[in-house]
Design a protein around this ligand. Sequence first.
Ligand code: BGC
Length: 748
Amino acid sequence: MKNHQLKLLSGFLLLLGIHGNLFAQYEAKIDSLLRIMTLEEKVGQMNQYNGFWEATGTSPSSGDAKVKYEHLKKGRVGAMLNVRGAENVRALQEFVVKESRLGIPLIFGLDVIHGHKTLAPIPLAEAASWDLKAIEQSARMSAIESSAVGINWTFAPMVDITRDARWGRVMEGAGEDTYLGAKIGVARVRGFQGEDLSAPNTIAATAKHFAGYGFAEAGRDYNTVDIGTSTLYNIILPPFKAAVENNVRTVMNSFNVINGIPSTANAFLQRDILKGEWGFDGFVVSDWGSGAEMIDHGFARDTVDVAVLAANAGSDMDMESYAYVRHLKRMVEEGKVDIAYVDDAVRRILRVKYELGLMDDPYRYCDPEREKELLYHPDHMATVLDVAKKSIVLLKNEKGFLPLEKHQKKIAVIGPLAADKTSPLGNWRIGSDDGTAVSVLEGLSKYTENYTYSKGPDFVVGPIEFALEAKINETDTTGFAEAIRVAGASEVVIMVLGEHGIQSGEGRSRARLDLPGLQQELLEAVYAVNPNIVLVLMNGRPLAITWADEHLPAIVEAWHLGSQSGNAIAAVLFGDYNPSGKLPMTFPRSVGQVPIYYNPYNTGRPGPKDEVFWSHYTDESNKPLYPFGYGLSYTHFEYSGIHVDASNPKAVKVQVTVKNTGKVAGEEVAQLYIRDRVASVVRPVKELKGFEKFALAPGESKTVEFVLTDAELGFYDNSGKFVVEPGEFDVMVGGSSEGGLVGKFELQ
Ligand code: BGC
């Protein structure tokens, strides 16, 4: 049911006196508040500041912090970010509640992206699990821990679809596919927000970045976005819409310009689509300083202009641009911004404060006892171990090279990342502690003592801090000789290579997608003495590891798996967990293929042909290294008997039988793709429209049924209208976006 329909329904029920409608109660209270708020106080609710001092310490006497402090006292701040710790949050909340005229509590936001102290895999890795329950559970865990430190609002999930592995923030989303991305976004929203937002262990979620941020040109962060309407409506917007339909309470706009207009001042996106068509009734927060960045974009003259443009376009809360707090009051008084827009923004912000329960009890998220009890709770460790195992993708396994036999082989373990207890935590982990990941070596030790570790050359040079780029060792070969010696004296080599945890994330775009530093050289040198290598990859984005794929018998994609990293990896290497992950993003053969994704349009010259004039490269195949949806298992799944029943065009049924034909139990993700053969707007060569993950014992089989409704069979035309057109469809079902069983049907 659509949001506006829900509202109509709840109004109707209220009239009948059937339920004590919270929504209406809040609205009445908000009306009363709006009546007594001054314009300055209203604008104050629309202002968000970054944390600036240990709130329990003495108050600042000078500088920026002093100004913020004064503003808090005057009710000129509606929310804070980056203040955390039950006592800190309480102190600041108390200050505002007691000192400001109306005592309206603050919301406390933080980027809780994949956990607070206990870390789950980075979001891209989790997406590889295709396990919506596990992903929801992981977000639940994040909400429980972060709410225990006073946080009641996370700037997650990032639901930006991206097709560009160069973009550093691929690690933060669910990859390249809209259908999968929308499902995962919804699972995360549910996990964060739970059933009852006012419970002390649930937090408001944010669908970000609205919109198009993942399509930054050339994968360079913050870069321009210029896309057509079909991509906007069919690829970029649906995950946001799904989040809104599932009651996400806030939406963050984005740094980028989209088709010439910065998102922060984009009335078409924020007013027409989000709040208009979709009926979103939460609030929109700007990205950090994205308002002020419109000056650099050449869209606003100064911060006065920023305040006018952003407020008129529906950006409700200004994060750290200082534009609203400084100028919005005057702009309303001068008639440049309609007071109705301000009232609407404040209403939305207060609504979320009511829903969070802050207006009843501003301190409900500030219990130091809960904080002590819940951080690094064993239940959370179990949750993140479960999802970490499910996130691993087996990319190659020639002749059953894996799993390794327990306690038998003489193993060499090579690479600094194998001993690293920080890098596997990944990026975007503001609250976490360095050195708290289980390393690969620690994980392996639980299975065997029969290994020798050789670090090889250092990976990162100098200090590693969040605000710095990782300085990768490109020259110092110390450690090569020892690694080669150890490898030569072993039966099997586990090489742990990839990217450092802070090589992906915001501001960490890369122009190369190879193994950074000296790692490729090391890999080839070790291979020369012992080719029995399992490559364990740690990375925050798809990498072009074509050489490794051509030469090595086994490759395990282990991403940055969080606190339980080493335990999850060892469980897979030794066969205690049969890998079940599938790639949420295409792996290219070389960086020149990027953007490469599974669902492009067909060209007029698709080929392949034996001549020059078809759509191809002269020096590289069109094929990816590993396609979207791909991932192996220690067992084998056979698909048979595709059956399509299109007698009811509103519910086309597709059935297949999947059998575990191997010797061990395993989990498979059956994926359904469609192709609309002829349409009024060209459709992609395939589109994911259904998936199911299930476990099968050896020899066991299961019939999987998918039902395709209008929602799956239709698309948005170039005016943004959702249409379902009759005609022929192909349907493909298998364990990857490539191959699979093929069926056909005609929609009447
Ligand atoms: C990021 C957002 C984040 C915000 C607050 C920005 O730089 O783009 O995703 O939520 O900072 O930390």
